[in-house]
Design a protein around this ligand. Structure first.
Ligand code: UDP
Length: 473
């Protein structure tokens, strides 16, 4: 804290989706806490959301204009992936983000930063930074394990050698004998040429970039941190877990995003519960389950007999008509269903929470690690299958719910209530659960130490600053 790095100015450019914006703002908070001038760049319509997430932090915010509907083919106001979730809009949206290069460069011209930290989905940002003679660093918001798996799969293409989507194959040149299937790869909507081309460009621009900031800490995944830098030859700094940059209740609750519950009400409810007794379920910022799946979850939770907080997307009907008959009365005081957005970090950090059912987005995965709770892994899309493997087989702090294939944001064939009940009991009761809890708490302690003065992430930050300063002067 308190170091004078104010001679450096870093621009952060997050992709327009909550799962990308949140860790990027947290990362900027890490830089600000170490005295670096930090500015987040976004588009006009995303600014209010980001400003709310920034809260009282000293991070500056500046806007550029999103291209107009006549250039993008998108409706007016479609400036983030939530607004562009329909398949016909998503690809147009991704193409539209390519048109941001010019306004982004005008902004660089005006602000003269020393470095650009841009999301992986802006491949052109490497060239933009180069035009101004400054380094571009890539931020995926991921840890080293998913970064290594993705890099090895992209390099060696083992998926081309299997005959079916469900045949397991070994990821080449990766420690730990990791197997996956083609149905678990993030590129499953691979039939889309625009998306495949974009991913190729992202990869190329990453290889040309100055390096990668990982949202991780060395002690969590030393083998993969070393593999990424030493074997795969990438320059990288682990500066996380960035969610630990949120110190105040207000920051943890992220008041910028309209929540489905008042955070004080939520904390009051948790106060009535014993330590490690509550199971928390949340499936990230994009998932919407069909009613049949929601019903199975409801019944599985009831059968598990553990108190729970369950976050249910409010994208469907506002009523809870899919709940089994008399459910709300039976669960009164025992289960809390939050419609819409929940203050996740605040909830996970509460001592009453003892387990987490997660879709394994990397942010959620790492937030679970920081909370020191065992997890039930329920991956659905993107690199979540890799993260789930990490939780179960590498960190050994979780059990799976048995999902084997990429199903997208709507979920696939419903996971049955018996399976959910069993998985919840496995992380909440008995010796296996205790072992996982012990390991999880140990990792949570190491996560905090990493960011303290002298810790691994703290030191990596120093080394990044040194690199930047030696380039800047
Ligand atoms: N999140 C939250 N409340 C919610 C849902 C999500 O605070 O109700 C936060 C969560 O803490 C995490 C981010 O949103 O920081 C989701 O990122 P993740 O990588 O886990 O999943 P994604 O939404 O990108 O699939």
């Amino acid at each position: 804290m308190g170091s004078d790095n104010s001679d450096l100015h870093v621009i952060f450019f997050p992709y327009f989706a909550k799962g990308h914006i949140i860790p990027c703002v947290d990362l900027a908070r890490v830089f600000v806490a170490r005295g670096v001038r930090s500015t987040i760049v976004t588009t006009t319509l995303n600014a209010p959301l980001i400003s709310g997430i920034i809260g009282k932090s000293q991070i500056a915010l500046t806007t550029i204009k999103f291209p107009p509907p006549e250039e993008t083919g998108l409706p007016e106001g479609c400036e983030n992936s939530e607004a562009a979730l329909a398949p016909d809009k998503l690809m147009k949206f991704m193409k539209a983000t390519m048109l941001l290069q010019h306004p982004f460069e005008e902004m660089l011209q005006e602000l003269h930063p020393d470095c650009v930290v841009a999301d992986m989905f802006f491949p052109w940002a490497t060239d933009s930074a180069a035009k101004f003679g400054i380094p571009r660093i890539v931020f995926h918001g991921l840890g080293f394990f998913p970064l290594c798996v993705s890099a090895c799969i992209r390099t060696y293409k083992p998926q081309d050698k299997v005959s079916s989507y469900t045949e397991p194959f070994l990821v080449p040149n990766l420690p730990g004998d990791i197997t996956v299937t083609k149905m678990q790869l993030p590129q499953v909507p691979r039939h889309d040429e625009v998306f495949s081309k974009l991913l190729d460009e992202c990869n190329e621009s990453e290889l040309k970039s100055y390096g990668v900031i990982a949202n991780s800490f060395y002690e969590l995944e030393p083998v993969y941190a070393d593999h990424y830098t030493k074997e795969l030859g990438r320059r990288a700094w682990a500066l996380g877990p960035v969610s630990l940059s949120k110190k105040e209740t207000e920051e943890k609750a992220m008041r910028g995003i309209e929540a489905g519950i008042d955070e004080h009400e939520c904390l009051k409810w948790l106060e009535t519960k014993k330590p490690d007794s509550v199971i928390y379920l949340c499936f990230g910022s994009m998932t919407t389950f069909p009613d049949a799946q929601l019903r199975e979850i409801a019944m599985g939770l009831e059968a598990s007999n553990h108190p729970f907080i369950w976050v249910v997307s409010n994208k469907g009907s506002n009523k809870l008509e899919w709940l089994p008959e008399g459910y709300e009365e039976r669960m009164e005081g025992k289960g809390l269903i939050i419609r819409g957005w929940a203050p996740q970090v605040l909830i996970l950090d509460h001592e009453a929470v003892g387990g987490f059912v997660t879709h394994c987005g990397w942010n959620s995965t790492l937030e679970g690690v920081c909370a020191g709770v065992p997890m039930v892994t329920w991956p659905m899309y993107a690199e979540q299958f890799y993260n789930a493997k990490f939780v179960r087989d590498i960190a050994r702090v979780g059990v799976g719910v048995g999902v084997q294939t990429w199903v997208g944001m709507m979920g696939g064939e419903p996971v049955k209530k018996e399976v959910i009940e069993k998985a919840v009991k496995r992380i909440m009761e008995g010796e296996e659960a205790e072992e996982m809890r012990r390991r999880a708490k140990e990792l949570a302690k190491k996560a905090r130490e990493a960011l303290e003065e002298g810790g691994s992430s703290y030191s990596q930050f120093n080394s990044l600053i040194q690199d930047l300063r030696s380039r800047a002067h």
